[in-house]
Write a new protein. Structure first.
Length: 536
């Protein structure tokens, strides 16, 4: 690749399937067939590239991919030059893997289909060979993999089976046809490998089965790990893995137990791209050991109708459908996880529907049992399909500290006294709240006086005010006493105000601070005078 005015080779350890998809797309060469390491196409010359591509796989060219200067393999040489085979001018679509599906060819920069009338195994053999997918297993006609769109590029195709590319086979000529998309040709090759989940409560959970060699087989629990699970969930558009279950958790399958072991790295888009090994860890597997998998299904999350992307009504996408979340069982720990998942920090408030309005459509009544330290909601325990008494009048809303709405969160003020003396109020979860006395301590009082710029604490006691506070109050954070701000202490909790007396605090004051600073300056000046005196 060219960068900084010169061409450089790329290290095999720093190039993955997502990078390959972008390179093939940029070169108008279809999709990746195989990524090859160890200078499979010979050793290059000149520089080895010093950055790592971190493509997501959806970019149109590599200039749009993020880069990292921290290479996984910083000691690469031309012995490690990476090679890539792209599919070129033919691809198979909507068949579950790159080795099965509707036949599409690339002509003048546009993908189009092939008419299935007269399509046979010799034609399919050329496609499988061109894609490095093994031998042809089936050559279905008449839209078996669904109708395509766009031009129909080839009709009346006639291959001998020995051609290196479908373009070398005879046809009516590019774009000339007497056909429609209901007759689009398809191919299944022996290299076709795909996954499915069966016998679960929905299509994103169940017993793991792999299609290979023309039939479905179950997978042994001892030969399936977290990386394999990530690829299966991704391939099925089911989010990320929640749990891998052994011992036929979704019932015992029938037919074969798969005789190979998946060795996915976890970043592949389909299990087709995962290496396999015929030396199973557990060669004596039976259907008693069929592995099961639960994927999150919730592939996306968002906050809607707020002032920015870090505040709003909670909405989750489940199996491509967006819906709101019921607030009846939604709590601050789940909100914390959602904020982290959205790169919005932590939650400062779970709010009622009047903040961000009612949603529409489906209401997800799943209960997320989060500890608060997870990075994605799907890592929380989920009680699937619980049915709380919910309507859109109970849609949950969240404000994260990454939102402009959380600007005042954690601020402190004193009321009913002077600048450094008074009843303590903390802005917590989008409202000013009084603090309960029985949750307070000297260390917390020290932090509060420091935060206000009011010196040290003189005393704290019950507030002389007897005015009732209509809103919720707050218990104090847990502080060591050395913090500069109450926000650096552990989280406070909102409680009912009727459960105790309110806090009134007296700090030494800003004048005391000025006096301390004046004394410190005099000490420093005195030390400087002593140091400046000559030796005798």
């Amino acid at each position: 690749m060219i960068h900084g005015g010169s061409w450089s080779t790329v290290c095999d350890g720093d190039f993955d399937q997502q990078d390959a998809e972008v390179v093939c797309r940029e070169l108008d060469c279809g999709i990746p067939v195989k990524v090859l390491g160890s200078a499979a196409f010979g050793r290059g010359e000149g520089q080895v590239w010093t950055e790592e591509l971190q493509c997501r796989g959806t970019e149109s060219d590599i200039t749009l991919c993020p880069l990292s200067s921290s290479l996984k393999h910083s000691n690469c040489s031309h012995h490690n030059d990476v090679g890539l085979i792209c599919s070129g001018s033919v691809r198979l679509v909507d068949g579950g893997s790159r080795c099965a599906g509707r036949v599409e060819v690339l002509y003048k920069g546009q993908w189009g289909t092939v008419c299935g009338v007269g399509w046979d195994m010799s034609d399919a053999a050329v496609v499988c060979g061109e894609l490095h997918c093994g031998e042809a297993v089936d050559a279905p006609q008449y839209g078996h993999f669904g109708p395509g769109s766009g031009p129909i590029w080839m009709d009346n195709v006639g291959c001998s089976g020995s051609e290196s590319t479908l373009k070398n086979c005879s046809s009516r000529g590019w774009g000339k046809h007497y056909c429609n998309h209901g007759l689009d040709a398809g191919v299944t090759c022996s290299g076709h490998r795909m996954s499915r989940l069966t016998a679960g409560p929905h299509r994103c959970s169940g017993r793991v089965e792999v299609f290979h060699g023309g039939s479905w087989s179950t997978v042994c629990d001892g030969d399936f790990d977290q990386q394999d699970a990530e690829v299966v969930c991704r391939e099925l558009d089911c989010g990320i893995p929640v749990k891998v279950l052994g011992s036929a958790a979704f019932g015992r399958g029938e037919g074969q137990v798969w005789t190979e072991e998946l060795q996915c790295k976890g970043n592949e888009s389909q299990i087709y791209f995962c290496p396999t090994s015929s030396s199973l860890k557990h060669s004596n597997c039976s259907h008693h050991n069929d592995v099961g998998l639960i994927c999150s299904g919730h592939t996306e999350a968002r906050l809607v109708n707020g002032s920015d992307s870090c505040s709003g009504r909670v909405e989750l996408q489940y199996l491509s459908e967006w819906g709101t979340v019921c607030a009846v069982r939604w709590d601050m720990r789940a909100a914390d996880v959602l904020c982290a998942q959205l790169d919005c920090g932590s939650a400062v408030a779970v709010v009622e529907v009047d903040w961000f309005g009612e949603g529409s459509g489906h209401i997800w009544a799943d209960v997320f049992d989060c500890q608060g330290n997870e990075t994605h909601l799907s890592q929380c325990g989920i009680s699937s399909w619980s049915r709380a008494a919910c309507s859109h009048k109970h849609d949950a809303g969240v404000i994260c500290n990454g939102s402009s709405m959380a600007f005042h969160e954690g601020r402190v003020r004193l009321s009913g006294g002077s600048e450094c003396q008074g009843e303590v109020e903390i802005y917590f979860r989008q409202d000013w709240r009084k603090v309960l006395l029985d949750s307070w301590s000297l260390s917390k009082a020290s932090v509060l006086c420091r935060q206000l710029g009011c010196g040290s604490v003189l005393n704290y006691r019950s507030s002389p005010s007897t005015t009732e506070h209509k809103h919720m109050c707050v218990t104090a954070s847990s502080c060591s006493g050395s913090e500069a701000h109450l926000g650096n202490c552990s989280s406070a909790q909102a409680v009912n105000c009727t459960s105790g007396e309110h806090l009134y605090i007296t700090c030494s004051g800003k004048h005391h601070l000025q006096t301390q600073q004046l004394q410190m300056n005099r000490i420093v000046e005195h030390q400087e005078i002593k140091c400046a005196a000559p030796f005798h």
